[in-house]
Write a protein that binds this ligand. Structure first.
Ligand code: MN
Length: 289
């Protein structure tokens, strides 16, 4: 199956902007940099280049593998030795490019980061029509194990769909017996998480990433306002408190809680390595021609 021209052009633009944003972000991640400044600056850059953030920039440090993003008045800064994972999503007209990389502050590299990048590189070589997903997974797990580390077994890569960041099939990082095949015309994100811990993530807190699920009546007008923005401004893709305008910070948490209770939005809590071990990630998106 071949892509429509308009779709192909949107993807091309999203991929270019994401590539630029990654290079730009790499220069921002350094000792004493405030995570709020890093996230704001990357998101602004994406918009200036003509894209939209497909989700809030994730800045996940050390044992947090993913789904952390700065709060509205976040004061946290990066420190020497921090294992910093930046995950950037860019969309153009709903067509998404998903990228992530890891930097260990004060070090040129780190064996864990090198293992994630090597596994990603090996996996990407296999993205041809007809390759079994299970073959890709096996290459990823073997590469990481050969480097002396473990993959995180409950985090996966995935296919990307218009306005849908995690479409079927997933691309597990562990060996499996999935029958799905890589298909031309599809877009996939390969996302390799590496650790020296137990290789499993659990929910942590506080959640700062949310996503529209369904329309539901809610009492607070602030909650209705957030839901309206979730649909109109964030196009049903993930968002965070930093992006919500016109709602008092005092009412923000109450509004979000009401929406979660009625199932109007879902929350994505930060994911923490179960044994509090360091985690590195390397992720790229690929269009299968
Ligand atoms: Mn991803």
């Amino acid at each position: 199956m071949n892509m429509e021209k308009e779709q192909a052009q949107a993807y091309e633009k999203a991929f270019l902007i994401a590539g630029d944003a990654v290079g730009f972000a790499e220069r921002l991640v350094k000792e004493n940099a405030r995570i709020l400044d890093i996230a704001d600056t990357i998101e602004k850059r994406v918009i200036e280049l003509g894209g939209k953030p497909a989700w809030p920039v994730n800045i996940s440090v050390n044992e947090i593998a993913a789904h952390a993003t700065p709060s509205i008045n976040d004061d946290n800064a990066l420190e020497e030795g921090d294992m910093v994972k930046i995950d950037i999503g860019v969309h153009v007209n709903g067509y998404i490019c998903d990228r992530a990389f890891t930097i260990c502050i004060g070090k040129k590299s780190h064996p864990m980061i090198e293992a994630s990048e090597k596994a990603l590189e090996n996996a990407l070589k296999m993205f041809k029509h007809g390759t079994k997903v299970s073959e890709v997974s096996e290459v990823i797990e073997n590469t990481v194990n050969d480097a002396g580390f473990k993959v995180i077994r409950n985090l996966t890569g995935h296919r990307l769909e218009r306005h849908e960041q995690h479409a079927h099939p997933s691309i597990p990082n562990i060996k499996n017996s999935m029958q799905d095949e890589i298909e031309s015309g599809n877009v996939y994100a390969v996302e390799v998480f590496v650790t020296d811990g137990s290789g499993f993530v659990v929910d942590s807190s506080p959640s700062r990433i949310f996503q529209y699920r369904k329309d539901s009546p809610v009492r607070l007008w602030e909650a209705r306002k957030v839901l309206e923005m979730a649909v109109n401004d964030f196009e049903k893709l993930p968002f965070t408190q930093r992006w919500i305008t016109g709602v008092s910070p005092l009412k923000m948490d109450m509004a979000l809680r009401q929406l979660i209770e009625v199932g109007a939005i879902a929350e994505y809590p930060p994911l923490k390595e179960e044994s509090n071990a360091l985690v590195a990630v390397a992720e790229k998106s690929v269009i299968v021609k």
